[in-house]
Design a protein around this ligand. Structure first.
Ligand SMILES: Nc1nc2c(ncn2[C@@H]2O[C@H](COP(=O)(O)OP(=O)(O)O)[C@@H](O)[C@H]2O)c(=O)[nH]1
Ligand SMILES: Nc1ncnc2c1ncn2[C@@H]1O[C@H](COP(=O)(O)OP(=O)(O)O)[C@@H](O)[C@H]1O
Length: 184
């Protein structure tokens, strides 16, 4: 089986979306769009950044895995990935660490997990700079899920590529090295 899914995970603000865009631009690796009940941020578009759902429409889909993160629901469908794999050999997906564990369990070696990390003061600065409202930042930073995802979970230790995303150039070089090693 030559199909692969690059699973990008880490706490909010660590740069998961940024890396998924980098993979798209430099390697033409498309991102599997997931579903959420949270409100779109400025500039986010339905069907591009997420499928934005109501509680009712969210509950009508079938999910490979689904989670609650900082008070909102998120889920990814098996169909989303399977239909992508019909078109390309390598796709990416951005999920929390619970999702990353689920993908690693289901797809084994086909799932390449990138765990991004950064210290809390810098994360808070990035969320602010991104334009997240102060009350949303506080809610996020106080959530159990955010704090859990600051450190790599035991289930992913030794099974992930860990990148400290401080300097973007250094991060891009680490991603390039990984793509080379994977022959992508
Ligand atoms: N398990 C899982 N996590 C998801 C899914 N979609 C998004 N997430 C994660 O949910 C968390 C919150 O996402 P979001 O509200 O966009 O905030 P952000 O991480 O700050 O960009 C992030 O860790 C996302 O990676 C999904 O389908 N499944
Ligand atoms: N290496 C970096 N240096 C500085 N800013 C970064 C870096 N990586 C990402 N950012 C910025 O930090 C913010 C959070 O990144 P984002 O990709 O949205 O994170 P996530 O998807 O993990 O929540 C964005 O405004 C992004 O442009």
């Amino acid at each position: 089986m030559n199909k692969k899914i690059i699973v990008i995970t880490g706490a909010s603000g660590t740069g998961k979306t940024t890396i998924s865009h980098y993979l798209k631009e430099k390697y033409q690796i498309p991102n599997v769009i997931t579903h959420t009940t949270r409100i779109p941020r400025a500039g986010e578009r339905n069907g591009i950044d997420y499928y934005f759902e109501t509680d009712k429409s969210f509950s009508e889909n079938h999910y490979l895995e689904r989670v609650e993160y900082s008070g909102h629901k998120y889920g990814s469908s098996e169909e989303g990935l399977e239909s992508m794999w019909k078109k390309v050999d390598v796709a990416s997906i951005v999920v929390d660490t619970a999702g990353a564990i689920a993908y690693k369990k289901k797809y084994g070696k086909q799932a390449i997990v990138i765990f991004l990390e950064l210290d809390l003061p810098n994360l808070a600065k990035r969320l602010k700079k991104r334009g997240d409202t102060p009350d949303r930042i506080v809610q996020r930073i106080n959530s159990e899920e955010f704090n859990r995802d600051l450190k790599i979970p035991r289930e992913l230790q030794g099974k992930s590529y860990e990148i400290v995303n401080k300097d973007m150039n250094v991060t891009e070089m680490s991603v390039d090295k990984l793509m080379q090693a994977l022959n992508i």
